[in-house]
Design a protein around this ligand. Structure first.
Ligand code: GTP
Ligand code: SPV
Ligand code: MN
Length: 601
């Protein structure tokens, strides 16, 4: 019989047998159930501070906030070491790394063997979605990291209440995490969608180890969504409240570090706030979407907090995010300001601190900062993050906790493109919109290990997160269109077009409201648009530039479609579709051909 340090939070044989099996393999000194109580949470924080895993920050300025530094070789998701282990390779597809499940279990079992020796196993029962709701799904993460426990307590609904809601545990997602030696060569993030299982080893960084997030709520959930007729997407959810009090909801998929958190919490420009417009945040990273009884698409945010990019977050760009991080927050890999025991990151303000420890744990020399080598010269790592509670966000939507979710009027895709993609365009219909999502491209960012700034195709911002064959995922999007009588309209945006000197032309951030305004007007047939080869484009005069130091000509430029570069893109898309392989739906090829024909006219 398995022995716990505290009272087991379930009597489910399914769950207890699995914990015993995992414990037999990893061999912990102790096993502790995470109940979510304030006492236990505080005790864990104190313990982590005593070992140096966390540092307590200034209680007056940043109450209940902590700093953590990951290992230097462990600062981002590792897509090259992330695997989808379906029985057949075809079901994982060419875009995912694949390993035979049996082989993977064997390989990782060897790595896990006795890896908890001298350590404690924490058992975290957690929910994605509102506990007890139709939308909610449950998981248990086993981990040897207090940092993971404390992050999961922010990012998910976790603890005794969840264990109770799990009942006999049927269908729960089994997550095993071991920090082991943080050895890059033996780091694996493996998913077994056919077994509801996630195994992660040799990392301590967010997306690799907070198993409720990308591993469960996107990779496993996307697999379940296809089977069960719903969607799990890398999308923010926001509500635009009109002066008359009515609120319309938008979900938007941008690749990692391309502006979801910022858009989700935007504060509209004065031209809008003066009239009474407000924006409310429902979620900043993940949306689960289902068809409602009314035939509309309804979305929930399955998370409970934000794991947001720190650099660039400031009083001007995203005051709501900044306010959210002022309490109850864990900062990861930011600079540590010694004079007042606070934190600093590039883009927070112009007062780069003299007396600062960088993300590597070394004394930081601000005079050596070099834009071309940010990783080695910054105070904060470019992918440094804050883990903060959604309920601490000043603009959190009153629907955040609504188990039914919110009805979506518009779906927006977007990427980081210096050229080619215009500021905004609208697809012709759901099918074409799904195609527009499938051909998305974006410059890579620091959120994943590897080169930064390289354009790659990133369909629906889900390239790293689809838990099955990308071709089947395209088909699922097309199929969903037939199941949603009142489907959202689908758009594409790009905040990142640059001029010849490489400066962003569009001001972005709060001013993105001006584009959301056009999008919602289109949803209500309140504004005309120009039909082009790629979709409907705004007339420049219809983008509200009131209070903006930008000319209609500049807007015209931002909305221009350069056929030659689009035709180049078409060739690139053909190559990408070929790479995805023979499960790309014929419909997508038809759309591609039609696009090429329209561009060649
Ligand atoms: P993940 O959490 O990795 O999924 O990222 P995210 O999509 O939530 O990205 P986030 O909002 O954190 O933005 C990442 C970076 O993009 C930050 O450095 C922002 O300052 C920058 N950014 C966000 N919105 C805009 C914008 O409208 N214009 C410009 N130029 N930069 C932006
Ligand atoms: C992303 O990379 O898209 C993130 C951060 O949101 S992580 O949780 O690390 O995946
Ligand atoms: Mn993300």
């Amino acid at each position: 019989m398995i022995k716990f340090e505290n009272k087991a939070l379930t009597d489910s044989k399914l769950i207890l047998d699995w914990i015993e099996e995992m414990a037999d393999m990893v061999n912990p000194d102790k096993i502790v159930w995470i109940d979510g109580s304030e006492e236990q949470t505080q005790a864990l924080k104190d313990e982590a501070c005593s070992t140096g895993e966390l540092e307590k920050l200034n209680e007056e300025i940043l109450p209940n906030c902590y700093l953590h530094r990951t290992a230097i070789n462990d600062v981002a998701r590792v897509e090259g070491r992330t695997f989808i282990c379906t029985r057949t390779k075809e079901d994982a597809g060419n875009i995912n790394n694949w390993m035979d499940p049996k082989e993977c279990y064997e390989k990782l079992s060897k790595l896990y063997k006795n890896s908890y020796k001298g350590r404690t196993m924490y058992v975290i029962p957690y929910a994605m979605g509102q506990v007890g709701s139709d939308f909610a799904k449950y998981g248990i993460e086993l981990t040897d990291s207090i940092y993971v426990v404390l992050n999961m307590l922010i990012m998910t609904r976790a603890g005794a209440e969840v264990a109770k809601a799990m009942g006999n545990g049927e269908g729960f997602i089994k997550g095993l995490h071991a920090r082991k030696d943080i050895d890059e060569e033996n780091r694996y993030i493996c998913h077994f969608p056919e077994d509801n299982t996630i195994w992660s080893v040799n990392s301590g960084y967010g997306g690799n180890v907070l198993l409720g997030k990308k591993c469960f709520a996107l990779r496993i959930a996307s697999y379940l969504g296809r089977k069960e007729g719903w969607m799990a997407e890398h999308m923010l959810i926001l509500g635009v409240e009109y002066p008359n009090g009515e609120t319309k909801y938008i979900s938007a998929a941008f690749p990692s570090a391309c502006g979801k958190t910022n858009l989700a919490m935007l504060i509209p420009p004065k031209a809008y706030t003066e009239k009474g417009y407000k924006v409310w945040c429902v979620g900043d990273d993940i949306a689960w979407l289902r068809v409602g009884k009314d035939g509309r698409l309804w979305a929930i945010n399955p998370e409970n907090g934000f794991f947001g990019v720190a650099p660039g977050t400031n009083e001007k760009s995203n005051p709501n995010a900044l306010a959210t991080t002022m309490r109850d927050t864990i900062f990861t890999n930011v600079g540590h300001v010694l004079d007042d025991n606070t934190v600093w990151w590039e883009g927070l303000n112009d007062n780069a601190p003299d007396n600062c420890i960088n993300w590597k744990g070394e004394k930081w020399d601000k005079t050596k900062y070099d834009k071309k080598d940010k990783v080695n010269t910054s105070a904060a790592h470019p992918n440094s993050r804050f883990t903060a509670l959604a309920k601490n966000c000043p603009c959190i939507s009153k629907e955040f906790d609504n188990p039914a979710g919110v009805p979506i009027s518009a779906i927006v895709f977007g990427g980081r493109r210096a050229k080619t993609a215009p500021l905004v365009y609208q697809s012709f219909n759901w099918q074409h919109g799904s195609f527009v999502g499938s051909i998305m491209a974006s410059e890579t960012t620091a959120a994943a290990a590897g080169a930064v700034g390289v354009v790659r195709r990133d369909p629906m911002a889900m390239r790293p997160f689809v838990g099955y064959n990308m071709g089947d995922y395209f088909q699922h999007w097309l199929d969903m269109g037939h199941k949603i009588p009142n489907a959202p309209k689908i758009f594409h945006v790009n905040w990142f077009r640059t001029d010849d000197e490489g400066h962003f032309i569009w001001p972005g951030f709060g001013d993105n409201m001006r584009v959301l305004d056009w999008i919602l007007q289109r949803c209500e047939d309140k504004v005309e648009a120009r039909e082009t080869a790629i979709g409907y484009i705004p007339y420049a005069k219809d983008i509200n530039i009131d209070g903006l130091d930008i000319s209609v000509d500049t807007i015209e430029g931002l909305l221009s479609v350069d056929k030659a570069s689009w035709l180049e893109d078409v060739e690139n898309i053909k190559a990408f579709y070929a790479q995805v392989g023979d499960r790309v739906p014929k419909t997508m090829y038809d759309e591609l051909k039609a696009l090429e024909e329209r561009l060649s006219k």
